[in-house]
Design a protein around this ligand. Sequence first.
Ligand code: FE
Ligand code: CA
Length: 512
Amino acid sequence: MQRRQFIQACTGVFVGLAARRVCPLNAAPRFSTNPFTLGIASGDPWPDGVVLWTRLAPDPLNGGGLGWEMIPVEWRVASDERMRNIVQRGSTVALPDLAHSVHAEVHGLQPGRWYWYQFVVGEGLNRIESPVGRTRTAPSAGGAIDQFRFAFASCQRYEDGYYTAYQRMAEEDLDLVIHLGDYIYEGAFKPDLPRQHPKEEARDLERYRNRYALYKSDADLQRAHALFPWAVVPDDHEVENNYASAFPEDPGELNFLTRRAAGYQAYYEHMPLRAASIPRADDIDLYRRLAFGNMVEFHMLDTRQYRSDQPCGDGEQPACEERNIETATMMGTTQEKWLQEGLSNSTARWNVIAQQIYMAPFDRDPGPGELYSMDKWDGYTAARNRLMNFFADRQPSNPLVISGDNHNNWVFDLKRDFGDVKSPVVGTEFVGTSITTNGNGSEQKEEYVPALAGNPHVKFFNSHRGYVRCRLTRAACTTDFRTIPYVDKPGASIRTRATFVVENGRPGAVVS
Ligand code: FE
Ligand code: CA
């Protein structure tokens, strides 16, 4: 009854391009418990500022616990970790329509510098401060820098284990963390796992929100967010396993676009994304570029929202005619053109294409047959050929593809013609393993091993859990596969399982 009255008291407005309600403003909120249960984060650094994120959620696993009020939130940025020298401050309003999330876009900061930030809600005796986070602005556009360090991660199914990999990542010196998707998994509870998912699969906004809240309640994940700026793109499990644009995994599923809209909205609400990514109906704008001086440009792709449907089934399938269909698209025509233009115009030494599923072919049949996972670029060979031909013909500066999704570490040579061992290498792909998904890893996933010999462009294969760390200089990209031996208990130590070097102007990774 009370909730109904509040909804009726809310009126429509536009935030960005999306219709939102304006609800009663609670200028002096009182919280019975701390509302900063999901931590803080920063993201998408530009030379003059970043996005600062938090979400007010005193009851995080049950919708947040804040009803329909709008709540004012202050933020401040300092040049020191004790928050004494405040260089920027501002205020915003946490809206119930966005789950009381906060996305403060800060401008006017100095390029290439560390900053610290904090949120504050309430007044007087009811004043509550968030933890202090650290972030870093991008170097000035085109500016000369000696090095850039980043890590990338993906696939963190909560129930499969502990986020020890993030605990170890927090000990690294990094300028940026990239997340390549499967930040949450939508699935229902399964027994006998290290941690527990909720009973029901996430299909609507309320359950997607509660799922993010569960994942973001993890202290190791919160710490990795609090220490570095992140740049994020989702894969499939933020909505549903193996969906393709408007096509659900199960063709019989009704109202899939309504579900997709809920998944996209919850993703935006929980990520440090700019206002350009506020969802509109069932769409979200996520592909974008981030540049770091003259060293590197990241081309962040969305390979889910615009792709054609998987050919001949979305799982592992024998090669079929449809996988070579000319009209197949992985990015959609607009994004594909945007990528090619961006690569052509880039003045950066390194061009990192940050995307979801592995790009190189991998024929899983060790015999004369061919077996491919049709959810990957292997189901979209025409789209892959267009990009490989572009690399070969236009030679953008040092293209590196980084990928997630597969729960294994891989290094691939990218070639114009993968069937011809003499065809030149035109790019390099690093695929990162999962943070937790599929549980404790092993040296190599057994079922792929017999097929390795038939895929000579594979330079490395490993199935431990962890993340990938890259250091870029003018001369080289040095990539470390950081692995942990188990995730079913906390506390694993980390090691560098393998290191690969790509030299400037020489595509292809060489073991170091
Ligand atoms: Fe995954
Ligand atoms: Ca996936």
